[in-house]
Design a protein around this ligand. Structure first.
Ligand SMILES: [Mn+2]
Length: 342
């Protein structure tokens, strides 16, 4: 996979070589990762647009040989270039979205100017989704694993839809603190809080949505979970109650993955983990999965004979003066890449 023959995987590489410090040819790589520097509709924290760059920079510290999948990196994990155009658009629209939110919170309604700007944001979000969709469609057509590195959780909408369109049937394994099932949030139709609502209501939708680690949701979302026969939510509190009562994580993982079809998209919001592992993320919530529990779940998924055909990792936001968030994000990305090649 390496384009340089003198590449030594036992030494620390430079991020300038590529993701995880590995010199990788785009055309040879099995895993194609699109960085999406996008967080226009983020409601609380700031900084997930800088997630891809921070993860890239932290990624060479990972030792490439992996206990779960050996030298799977040789199949090629390629991170595409971070788009300056989308980063600029993000920075501009983020400021407008902030004003919209402030006014909604203080006045309850918008001025005509802000109403127009909100329409503009919705239109641009659609364009972003179309861009991601085209990327994923092309990668999947070549037999690659398509992936998105966010950005906030709205970033992979086009990817999930492309995956559903490419394969006959795709199920989504969704790891998150939040249900992300709101029908538009603050009038933003493609908000991070609406992604699972949007994909489950698409023309070619995932056949099943399995949610894990959920611990922050509104009544509208709770009702949708109860009513929708293809949404299976494992609330964090309920998983913990079973664990504390002596059930094994292995048995719980089997129950979690049971409804999923053969082809699976993994949508991984880093805030699904214990926030000690991702203190910088936009909307941290106490509780959640440990790194090992999440990896064990992915392992159980793959060992059950299912395939990770596409995935996203999102909501990683670097904390000032610390590389911890990016370090954990890079390690979870490495596990996702590895499991998707099995
Ligand atoms: Mn989310």
């Amino acid at each position: 996979m390496s384009k340089e023959t003198n590449f030594d995987p036992s030494l620390t590489g430079s991020h300038e070589n590529g993701l995880f410090g590995i010199p990788t040819e785009e055309s040879q790589a099995l895993v194609q990762i699109l960085p999406v520097p996008w967080e226009v509709t983020t409601s609380y924290g700031r900084g997930t647009a800088k997630g891809p760059e921070a993860i890239l920079k932290a990624s060479p510290q990972i030792d490439l040989y992996d206990l779960d999948f050996g030298n799977a990196y040789e199949k090629g994990f390629f991170l595409h270039k971070i788009s300056n155009k989308w980063l600029k658009t993000n920075n501009k629209l983020k400021l407008q979205a902030l004003k919209i939110r402030d006014q909604l919170e203080s006045k309850g309604k918008l001025t005509t100017t802000l109403e127009t700007q909100r329409r503009e944001i919705n239109k641009t979000s659609k364009k972003l989704n179309a861009w991601v969709f085209e990327f994923a469609k092309a990668a999947l057509a070549k037999g690659k694993v398509a992936a998105v590195l966010g950005g906030d959780h709205s970033s992979p909408e086009g990817l999930i839809l492309a995956s559903c369109e490419h394969f006959d049937e795709v199920g989504v394994l969704h790891i998150d603190a939040h249900a992300d099932l709101r029908q538009a949030y603050q009038g933003f139709e493609h908000s991070h809080a609406s992604i699972m609502y949007n994909v489950m209501h698409a023309k070619k939708a995932p056949s099943q949505l399995v949610q894990v680690g959920i611990r922050d949701f509104c009544e509208e979302e709770y009702n949708l979970i109860q009513e929708h026969k293809n949404i299976h939510c494992h609330f964090d509190q309920e998983l913990k109650a079973k664990l504390y009562s002596g059930e094994s994580w292995k048995n719980l993982c089997e129950a979690i993955i049971a409804p999923l079809p053969k082809n699976v998209h993994v949508s991984f919001d880093i805030d699904g983990l214990d926030p000690l592992l991702c203190p910088g993320t936009g909307t941290p919530v106490p509780g959640g999965l440990q790194f090992g529990e999440a990896n064990f779940l992915l392992k159980a998924l793959v060992e059950s004979g299912r395939r990770i055909v596409s995935f996203d990792l999102n909501e990683v936001a670097p904390t000032k003066g610390s590389e911890w968030d990016a370090n954990v994000g890079a390690r979870m990305l490495f596990k996702l890449c590895g499991w998707s090649t099995q």
